[in-house]
Design a protein around this ligand. Structure first.
Ligand SMILES: *[C@@H]1O[C@H](CO)[C@@H](O)[C@H](O)[C@H]1NC(C)=O
Ligand SMILES: *[C@@H]1O[C@H](CO)[C@@H](O)[C@H](O)[C@H]1NC(C)=O
Length: 146
């Protein structure tokens, strides 16, 4: 059984390496984040300059979902009224990081269905949307035993 998990980890590692090396060549604006089911993931989004985002609104979305809201922060607090229920209780911003312009999203207990493209948008300061592609892997050892 030991050899299985080492082999699985190695496969995952090579997979991550191949993803991260191809992504920078093809599309510099899409960042890939890899997480395993059940893990927590941090989807990065930072303002280009070190400007505080505390008084800005931060909008995280999954454009392919309906409703597409993942996490909305405005007027110095979270506004989760429009949040897609699949993310309920699983998203947060790092409040103490916002003043450094860091609006990264923490997604807890990642599920297979969380795989997809997330956009981070800070309307007032940054007209460019940050796109994060989240790739979700199963536990490879479990998969091989099935
Ligand atoms: C933003 O904050 C998160 C959580 O503290 C941290 O993991 C990440 O490295 C930070 N990003 C930058 C660019 O500092
Ligand atoms: C996410 O974006 C990537 C790169 O733009 C694209 O290849 C992929 O099909 C998208 N995935 C979804 C679920 O829309």
């Amino acid at each position: 059984m030991k050899t299985y998990s080492v082999c699985g980890l190695w496969t995952l590692l090579m997979y991550i390496i191949s993803i991260s090396s191809t992504s920078s060549d093809t599309d510099g604006t899409v960042q890939h984040i890899v997480a395993l089911v059940g893990d927590d993931a941090i989807l990065p989004c930072t303002l280009s300059s070190t400007v505080s985002a505390v008084y800005q609104s931060v909008e995280w979305q999954r454009p392919d979902l309906k409703p597409k809201e993942v996490h909305l922060y405005r007027d110095e607090k979270d506004d989760l009224v429009l949040q897609n229920p699949v993310f309920r209780g699983r998203t947060s911003l790092f409040k103490e990081e916002l003043e450094n312009g860091n609006a990264s999203l923490k997604l807890t207990r990642v599920e297979l269905s969380d795989a997809g493209n997330y956009t981070c948008y800070i309307p007032l300061l940054d007209h460019q949307k940050t796109i994060i592609q989240l790739i979700v892997g199963r536990d490879l050892q479990l998969q091989q035993e099935l």
